[in-house]
Design a protein around this ligand. Structure first.
Ligand code: DGY
Length: 304
C-alpha cells in the first residue's frame, strides 16, 4: 500500500477487505487502473461505469471473476499475479493433505479442549501419506509444484492435464499421465489444480466422486466451483471419499452447511497464497502491471 500510494493517487477502499459492489460501482468511474481481488466481479455492468479505465490488475493468479471479453472489447487490459504464489499454494496443498489424512485439527482440538487423557494404541488413527499415490488434476504451475514435492514423500504421481509433462519431469516426479476417470479410481489423494472455466465448473461431481476409493482424500486449493459442493458433502457423509481438505468454496465466504457438520473434512478460509512474503510479491506485481500500462507499455503479466 505504501508503494501504491507513492506511485498513484488512490481512491476507494484502503482497508484490509475487498470493496463492496456499491463502492466499486460508484467509484470506478474515476479510475484509470483498478486493482481487484478474487472476490470482486468485473463484468459488463461494472465496466460500463468505468469510462477512464485502462487496466484491471487482479491481485491473484486466477481471474475467473473477470469478463475478459467485455474488458477486451473496451480496450482494457487485464493482468494477474502468476508464479509468485506457486510454491506458497503448493505448500498449503501439502498442509491440507497431511492435516486431513493424519487428523491434525482433530488432535489439536482434543488437546486444547482438555479431552486428551494420555497416549492410547488406537487414539485418533489417521491414514499414511508417504508411499501413497498422488493424483494431480491440472498440471500447470501449481500442479507441478505439488508434484515436485511428491518424491520427498515417496509418492508416485498420476496426473490428468491438457498439457503433458516433459519426459524428464515425468521421471523426476515419478509421474504418469492418465485419464481423469483412471486417476480418480487409482489415487489415494486427488488434488485439484485447474483454473475455473466453463469447462471445469463442477468437473468433480457425484459421478466422479463415486469413482474415488473409499480410503482416498480430495484436496482443493484451486477454485471452489470446480467441485459440486453439495455432491461432495453427500459423498463425504456416505464415507466415499474418506475425507477432504478444502481451501476454496463455491460461494465464498459461505460454505455448504452440511460440510461444516462433517468431521472428515478440513476447512480453511482460502489461505493458499496467504503468507506475508507471497502477498507482498503479489502486491508488487500488481503495482508493476499498473505502472506499465499507465506509462503506455505492455504489462509483464497480461492475461488478455
Ligand atoms: C489465486 O491467486 O488465485 C489465489 O487463489 C489467491 O489466494
Amino acid at each position: 500500500m505504501e508503494e501504491m500510494m507513492r506511485r498513484f493517487t488512490l481512491i476507494g477502499n484502503l482497508e484490509d477487505r475487498p470493496m463492496t459492489r456499491l463502492e466499486l460501482l460508484t467509484q470506478v468511474g474515476q479510475a484509470e487502473a483498478l486493482a481487484v481481488t478474487l472476490a470482486d466481479t468485473v463484468d459488463t455492468e461494472l465496466l460500463s461505469h468505468a469510462g477512464r479505465l485502462r487496466v484491471v490488475a487482479v491481485y491473484a493468479a486466477g481471474y475467473n471473476n473477470i469478463d475478459l471479453q467485455a474488458a477486451t472489447a473496451r480496450g482494457i487490459m487485464v493482468t494477474n499475479t502468476p508464479d509468485v504464489l506457486t510454491e506458497t499454494t503448493a505448500d498449503l496443498t501439502w498442509g491440507l493433505m497431511l492435516a486431513v489424512a493424519r487428523k491434525i485439527p482433530e488432535g489439536e482440538r482434543l488437546v486444547r479442549e482438555a479431552r486428551w487423557s494420555g497416549w492410547a494404541p488406537t487414539h485418533v488413527l489417521g491414514s499414511e501419506v508417504h508411499g501413497r499415490t498422488l493424483g494431480i488434476v491440472g498440471m500447470g504451475r501449481i500442479g507441478r509444484a505439488v508434484a515436485r514435492r511428491a518424491p520427498g514423500f515417496g509418492m508416485p504421481v498420476l496426473y490428468s492435464s491438457r498439457r503433458a509433462l516433459g519426459r524428464d519431469e515425468e521421471q523426476r516426479f515419478n509421474a504418469q499421465a492418465v485419464s481423469l476417470p483412471d486417476l480418480l479410481t487409482a489415487a489415494d489423494f486427488v488434488s485439484l489444480h485447474v483454473p475455473l472455466t466453463e469447462h471445469t465448473r463442477h468437473l468433480i461431481g457425484k459421478k466422479e466422486l463415486a469413482l474415488m476409493r473409499s480410503t482416498a482424500f480430495l484436496i482443493n486449493t484451486a477454485r471452489g466451483a470446480v467441485v459440486d459442493e453439495a455432491a461432495l458433502a453427500e459423498a463425504l457423509a456416505s464415507g466415499r471419499p474418506a475425507g477432504a481438505g478444502l481451501d476454496v468454496y463455491e460461494h465464498e465466504p459461505d460454505i455448504h452447511p452440511a460440510l461444516l457438520r462433517l468431521s472428515n473434512v478440513v476447512l480453511l478460509p482460502h489461505l493458499g497464497s496467504s503468507t506475508a512474503q507471497a502477498r507482498l510479491r503479489m502486491g508488487m506485481m500488481v503495482i508493476e502491471n499498473i505502472t506499465a500500462v499507465l506509462s503506455g507499455g505492455q504489462p509483464p503479466n497480461r492475461v488478455m
